[in-house]
Design a protein around this ligand. Structure first.
Ligand code: PHE
Length: 359
């Protein structure tokens, strides 16, 4: 019997040394040493059928070849493993890593924060009030009586629970009716009610700002939202006047827009101030020449303001002869839109990350 063991050995060792991965190595193991069809296994299974002389000759040879192949397979496997962990260790740590995207403050939050900081530096305190407000604080105490046409300046979300209460009022006594009426609830249409709330519990002199969310029952468009934010201002003392107002507000806008701003006061009307004013700043983009931002007018309307009306002091429990003060109210979105050149107020609440991520 003639078997070319030398050839088999050469071929097997050659293949084993050329193998690139563990799977291919395992295939080779099966090819030669597989329990049923391995080439070497088959040879060993044929030993009992050989002549005694052949058995004596091939038995030891086959055994030693088997051991040799086993050792070669084992070594190769170890080498492959070492190689792959070396690959892992050789990852280039100087390559830029995966970017972790961090969240950040909403543009409105950023502007509000800045406004709080500026007024704090000007010695104003920061005060807040409820978003669900009573008709009394939102209107009556601010010199806006029930049937006054000025109520139409603020389209109001009334709370339904109160509608039911007032609809049932036929069965109520007169004093009960009064109570229900004065506790009629609404979503505040401006931050001005906090003027009354603050003055009810504090004595002048003081100066406060009131940042907060307000609501109006309006159709939305590029400059109107049902839900937006205001910052109310109120400074009261013995002899506060419009010159004080102009200085404070000039200082505020200078710090906010980081440049000198020209301010213009125009007569206007709000029931809770007298005189009432509209404040314009010379367009911070075009400097007054006229551009898209100021709608070619050269001016940006930025807030309503005025000297606190004596009726408001009265409602808060002050003697109007003792004190004077100024009040103002600005729209936070409007300021942010000017500052960041944002074309549509609805973007603030869109939840669109392409918008948010620009800040
Ligand atoms: N509350 C007014 C508004 O929402 C703004 C304002 C505040 C005007 C204070 C004058 C004084 O329109």
């Amino acid at each position: 019997m003639r078997i070319d063991l030398e050839k088999l050995k050469k071929e097997a060792l050659g293949l084993i040394s050329g193998v690139k991965d563990a799977k291919a190595l395992e295939d080779l193991r099966i090819k030669y040493l597989g329990r049923t069809n391995g080439e070497l296994t088959k040879l060993m299974k044929s030993l009992p059928k050989m002549s005694l002389a052949d058995r004596r000759k091939f038995g030891p040879l086959l055994n030693s070849l088997k051991r040799e192949l086993e050792a070669a397979l084992e070594n190769k496997l170890a080498a492959l493993k070492a190689q792959s962990s070396k690959l892992k260790a050789s990852i280039d740590i100087t390559m830029p890593g995966k970017k972790v995207s961090l969240g950040h403050l909403h543009p409105l939050t950023m502007v509000e924060k800045e406004i709080r900081e500026i007024f704090t530096a000007l010695n104003f305190s920061i005060v807040e009030g409820p978003e669900v407000e009573s008709e009394y604080y939102n209107f009556d105490a601010l010199n806006i009586p029930k049937d006054h046409p000025a109520r139409e300046m603020w389209d109001t979300f009334w709370l339904r629970q109160n509608e039911q209460l007032t609809n049932n009022k036929k069965q109520l006594t007169k004093s009960e009716k009064l109570k229900v009426n004065s506790s009629k609830l609404l979503l505040r249409t401006h931050t001005s009610p906090v003027q009354i709330r603050y003055m009810e519990t504090h004595q002048p002199p003081f100066q406060i700002i009131v940042p907060g969310r307000v609501f109006r029952y309006e159709a939305t468009d590029v400059s109107h939202e049902t839900n937006f934010h205001q910052v109310e201002g109120l400074m009261v003392g013995k002899d506060i006047n419009l010159a004080n107002f102009k200085f404070v507000i000039g200082e505020f806008f200078k710090r906010l827009f980081k440049k000198n701003v020209v301010i213009r006061l125009r007569p206007s009307y709000f029931p809770f101030v007298e005189p009432g004013l509209e404040v314009d700043v010379k367009c911070v983009r075009c400097g007054g020449k006229g551009c898209g931002l100021c709608k070619e007018s050269g001016w940006l309307e930025v807030m309503g303001a005025g000297m606190v009306h004596p009726k408001v002091f009265e409602a808060a429990g002050y003697n109007p002869r003792d004190f004077r003060g100024f009040a103002f109210g600005l729209g936070l979105e409007r300021i942010a839109m000017i500052k960041y050149n944002i074309p549509d107020i609805r973007l603030f609440y869109s939840g669109d990350l392409r918008f948010i991520k620009q800040f």
